[in-house]
Design a protein around this ligand. Structure first.
Ligand code: MD3
Ligand code: FE
Length: 227
């Protein structure tokens, strides 16, 4: 058990020493938001193998916002629904509009790690139908936004970071509220539910670097139940 704030700060700002079966140390970020340092580290190779298969079928692309801006983060999806943005707005679509085909199936490794993470965070029985994949290269960033295109906002989002580290920006329920900066490292998993589900969030401009598993990039896998 933890006493005082010092160990929490150490956990927040250093990488976990992940054990063989994955770290299960739960670090509360806010009411409803839990960070589990290194949980995906033992699964990183199988996640990357699954990711390669998905991206071979549905290549990464820079979507355009309804306002006409090209996103610096390259994205794709797997699962029975995928998140898309274009001039018409944001939506979940069963079909990849770039290819006119269904999104690739969610790899078994994705489902298992996501379900395990949700369970550790207190959300048993999480079965995502969509995984939004984001690839950040140095210079890419994600501006402050809310995720509110899902049917039932009572269900959590599970997000996993792979590769280069990033600084996650965690705001409040209104855009004007000052953000907290949380470093996210390779293998970190965050579960966002309850009152944290509608908080504004984003990612700072990615710094240059190189990671043995992902090269000059960071991947974010964010699992949702869209419908
Ligand atoms: C907080 N991705 O996919 S992960 C996103 O790191 C997204 O690429 C960022 O924002 C990334 O929508 C942040 C963490 C994340 C994902 C979904 C959230 C944080 C969230 C939904 C609600 C609140
Ligand atoms: Fe988001």
């Amino acid at each position: 058990m933890r006493a005082g704030t010092e160990p929490v700060l150490r956990d927040l700002f250093s990488s976990a020493e992940a054990t063989d079966d994955g770290a299960t140390d739960r670090i509360p970020l806010a009411s409803g938001a839990v960070l589990i340092r290194g949980l995906a580290v033992p699964h990183a190779a199988s996640l990357m193998a699954g990711l390669q298969g998905v991206l071979d079928a549905a290549p990464l692309r820079h979507m355009v916002t309804p306002g006409g801006f090209r996103m610096s983060v390259a994205m794709s999806n797997c699962g029975t629904r995928g998140w898309v943005s274009d001039a018409g707005g944001y939506r979940y679509d069963a079909v990849d509009p770039e290819r006119g085909h269904a999104w690739p199936a969610m790899p078994e490794s994705f489902l298992q790690v996501a379900r395990h993470a949700a369970e550790v965070a207190g959300y048993p029985g999480f079965v995502p139908d969509a995984c939004l994949i984001g690839r950040y290269e140095p210079g890419a960033r994600l501006t402050l936004h809310q995720d509110r295109d899902e049917e039932d906002l009572g269900r959590p989002i599970v997000s996993m970071s792979l590769g280069l580290p990033a600084v996650f920006l965690f705001g409040g329920l209104e855009r004007s509220i000052k953000v907290a900066r949380v470093p996210l490292n390779h293998g970190d998993v965050v579960i966002w539910g309850g009152p944290a589900r509608l908080r504004y969030h984003g990612v700072s401009t990615l710094a240059d670097g190189w990671h043995p598993l992902t090269g000059r990039s960071r991947f974010n896998l964010s699992f949702r139940r869209a419908g």
